[in-house]
Ligand binder design. Structure first.
Ligand SMILES: [Zn+2]
Ligand SMILES: [Zn+2]
Length: 202
């Protein structure tokens, strides 16, 4: 009886348990029919079905993901589209979250910015203050963020526009304020505009 040892399961089986394959040695596959079918099934499982992109969060068909043998599922975790945008994505690490939302889709970003306006305003204020070198090392950035969120909440609840004001303005010919909790207060927008960067020294 002509037998052969399967390369995968290591079982010695009758030669008829191996598919005919002209290109293979002795005209038969090195893997038994059973193992061969299993391999095909796993391969098929990899080529059908959906997968959620880790970057944009969109569920796409598996073919929208590039093959990656190094990955357990044999595919990249980012969709092809996102991979293309990879360079843009890493250009500014600060923009990480922002970029993610932007990629997801404009609508989602719009929703995010409406819901997190306080956070965004806090971020802008911080950026501006950093430019002016008004952020000391001891500034509690989380507390500051809370002030901006509280300001946003007030605006939404009352319908009156509130601003976060620097008691001592960041830019002033005589004194320059700091972007710190102690120098912040929430005041109605109209008052803030009236103030117009002036600061009375008593
Ligand atoms: Zn086998
Ligand atoms: Zn994607």
């Amino acid at each position: 009886m002509n037998t052969r040892v399967c390369k995968r399961c290591d079982n010695e089986k009758d030669i008829t348990e191996f598919y005919k394959h002209k290109k293979s040695l002795e005209g038969r596959r090195r893997v038994c029919i059973q193992c061969y079918t299993e391999t095909c099934k796993t391969y098929e499982a990899r080529t059908i079905g959906d997968r959620q992109c880790k970057l944009c969060g969109v569920t796409k068909t598996i073919t929208d993901f590039s093959k990656d043998p190094g990955n357990p599922e044999g595919r990249k975790v980012w969709c092809k589209e996102c991979l293309k945008k990879k360079t843009t994505y890493y250009r500014n690490k600060d923009n990480h979250t922002k970029e993610t939302y932007r990629l997801k889709n404009r609508e989602a970003y719009k929703k995010y910015s409406t819901e997190n306006r306080g956070k965004i305003q806090a971020r802008w204020a911080l950026r501006k203050s950093r430019k002016l070198r008004a952020v000391p090392k001891w500034a509690d950035l989380n507390k500051i963020k809370e002030v901006y969120q509280e300001c946003r909440r007030l605006t939404e609840e009352t319908g009156i526009k509130y601003h976060v004001d620097h008691i001592i303005p960041l830019v002033n010919p005589i004194v320059s304020g700091l972007h710190v909790l102690e120098n912040l207060r929430i005041i109605p927008a109209t008052e803030n505009l009236k103030k117009n960067n002036s600061y009375e020294i008593n």
